[in-house]
Write a protein that binds this ligand. Structure first.
Ligand SMILES: [Zn+2]
Length: 347
């Protein structure tokens, strides 16, 4: 069974957009010795397994969704803004961890008690919620080291559930980071015909151009995104537009979009070639064409004179909540498939 200690540590480490250094340091500390690793000015981490062939960049993102303190109230509570697609509907009553420049502080999201809200709608707007940290006044908040601009994440939890599944925060996209670490480990001694780069990008949750510096740094011929993907198999999904299921294998992307906005269309020729190879070799995967998210690679095809970009995703239920769920078999298969693609020269 896959040793998940590093994945657990990655998920538990805070990495808000723009503040991913601890996650990056953790990855660096687990890299095989002697590897070339360098960082961009904004903290993107690039690791290289040198080779003579075309440059292939694997890409995952370091950051996770969270909140940022926007105001300290006179009664000692905090107002917050969202960093990325933080799910407001999951917030009332939830526990959070507040990251100050010094300590971590246990926090919770408060609302009016239900007794005083008769007749009102169920869902809350963000500006109706506030964060409780036990302080009696704004002065006490400041004396605890809390400032406007401090970040909050879901609490650091990670657990195995059922036979093959895991639950916790930030599986999006520490699963991808973990997969890249496993690829580095597996490919460092294998014969292949590529110059391989592994990029860990910052600020994916708040920007669609977060990975651009990594492209500048290694000038890839092909980029392969690896991110958490959506599933369409939960109990409340009565009319899904697509059929991605947890535990049915990793997904090869044909299309992703946020409805009515931008979309990402991977390099068709490469995607088609890979899908035929996987089918021929009985390597299970799911074809993905879905709306609901854009990943770190979505803008990269427009860089340079046009980049070839493809993407895989690892299915994750309940994305961006503190209780994301993934299936280890999907992760293991993704790593296996990717190693095959490199070894067989299919990229
Ligand atoms: Zn993601």
């Amino acid at each position: 069974m896959t040793n998940l200690d590093l994945l657990e540590a990655l998920c538990k480490t805070p990495g808000l957009p723009g503040r991913e250094q601890k996650v990056s340091d953790l990855i660096r500390s687990h890299l095989p010795t002697g590897l070339e690793a360098r960082e961009s000015n904004k903290g993107d981490l690039l690791v290289r397994l040198p080779g003579a062939g075309r440059r292939v960049l694997f890409l995952a993102h370091l950051d996770e969704v969270g909140l940022i303190v926007s105001r300290i109230l006179a009664n000692g509570c905090l107002r917050v803004e969202r960093l990325g697609g933080f799910p407001v509907h999951c917030m009332p009553g939830a526990e959070l961890t507040l990251h100050t420049s010094g300590d971590q502080i246990s926090a919770s999201v408060a609302t009016q008690p239900t007794h005083l809200m008769q007749g009102r709608k169920e869902l809350f707007e963000l500006n109706e919620l506030y964060v409780e940290i036990g302080a009696r006044s704004a002065e006490e908040v400041r004396s605890m080291g809390v400032r406007v601009g401090d970040g909050l994440t879901w609490p650091a939890r990670f657990e195995r559930i059922g036979e093959n599944r895991i639950r916790g925060k930030a599986l999006d996209d520490r699963l991808g980071c973990f997969a890249l670490c496993q690829l580095v480990e597996a490919l460092k001694t294998k014969e292949h015909t590529y110059d391989l780069y592994f990029g860990f990008t910052t600020q994916e949750e708040t920007s669609t151009l977060g990975a651009a510096p990594l492209v500048e740094m290694c000038q890839p011929d092909l980029v392969i995104g690896i991110d958490a993907g959506l599933t369409f198999d939960s109990a409340d999904d009565s009319n899904p537009v697509c059929d991605i299921r947890l535990g049915n294998g990793p997904c090869l992307k044909y299309f992703e979009a946020i409805r009515g906005k931008n979309s990402f269309v991977p390099d068709w020729e490469t995607t088609f070639r890979i899908s035929r190879f996987l089918e021929k070799n009985n390597l299970p995967f799911q074809a993905e064409a879905s709306t609901g998210l854009l990943s770190a690679v979505c803008t990269l095809p427009s860089l340079k004179e046009g980049l070839r970009v493809i993407a895989f995703s690892i299915p994750v239920r309940y994305q961006h909540t503190p209780t994301e769920v993934a299936d280890i078999q999907d992760l293991d298969l993704l790593v296996k498939i990717t190693i095959e693609l490199v070894e067989q020269g299919i990229l």
